[in-house]
Ligand binder design. Sequence first.
Ligand SMILES: *Cc1c(COP(=O)(O)O)cnc(C)c1O
Length: 408
Amino acid sequence: MSTPKQKKYKGFSSLAIHAGQHPDPMYAHLTPIYASSTYVFDDAEQGMRRFAGQESGYIYSRWGNPTMNEAEEKIAAMETYGLEKNGEQLQAKAILHASGMAAISSLFLATLKRGDKILTQYSLYSGTQDLMRSILDPLEVETIVIDLADLDLAEKHLKEDASIRMIYLETPANPTLQCVDLESLGALAKKYGKLSACDNTFATPYLQQPFRFGIDFIVHSTTKFLNGHGTAIGGVLVGTDIEFMKTRATKTHRLLGGNSNGFEAFLLINGMKTLEVRMQRHCDNAMKIAEYLEAHQAVEKVNYNGLSSHPDYALSKKQMSHAGAMMSFELKGGYDAGVKFMNALQLCTRAVSLGTCDTLLSHPASMSNANMSPALRLKSGISDGLIRMSVGMENIEDIMDDFEQALK
Ligand SMILES: *Cc1c(COP(=O)(O)O)cnc(C)c1O
């Protein structure tokens, strides 16, 4: 389904609550969970018209269904909220996927072919790095990894290597909360005729809209803050080239088969309605915890882009409305201190993933990045005593109490 014209909403939550919802034939208040693999044709001619694209309507749920459609329209609306192109509301189309990785796979396979290269940064979601290494490399789609904070170096690559087809960004990135300059890199991509894509999972469209800076594609793991409750895996690919999204991107998604489903789309829709209020609470808590940790004697360093001590403080202020709720911090005692701290937590949850109501903490050196070579680990900013945290929405006093006892 294509994106309908966006109504003018004065605020983000109004849009997040209402966008994408269509009147239900049975007058259900909320879009129901459409648990139907296939859709009925009144007659053979209608089937022909739907297949030919002459009549809109559903055919088969791998291709789309009404619950998935509401989630897609909501996300496209949020990522384009308040953005204009030539004096008109900017349009985007979103395709919901089974996971963030499915959306990223569709992005790469829809846009790249043998011999093409991706230019990207060191700090990327580990699954994305592995996808590039284990799946794209054997298909002869090579990845060039550089420090994208060095804009001159980025430009040199874009200028000199004609086979670079896409610049792939993630900001803020795991686990150092390093930010890359969306405006400058988006402009460089345009200047040299390259595609640009950004993983906007950590920020969500409430805090950062990459389309504002001319980025072509956005991907999300909707599993995280968009869903917000840790109830479903999901992903989305969003693009402003509507024609490309309707043709090549849609075809790739349908053929790879990484489709979502009615139930998980329903959970996502209802999670997204409260994105603004949730993010405000997440962010308030994050700022307080970051300041507390920065002053704590057991802590060597806090990586939070909302602190003026973070190298990307100014950049994140420029392109985000708030620094978000992800951070990491280094404990003075290294690996052992990391393990000990994790074991001492009583309220906060030991788990990977992020963006849930509860505060989640993980110890990358012993968990998610344990099988990475120590050298690459350090290059990615993961020291032995590093703790990664997704700050939740508990009352801040309780999070502080738990930290106070666990850091003793
Ligand atoms: C979790 C995550 C992904 C992968 O998403 P899944 O839903 O787990 O497939 C991609 N990028 C970032 C930044 C993530 O945090």
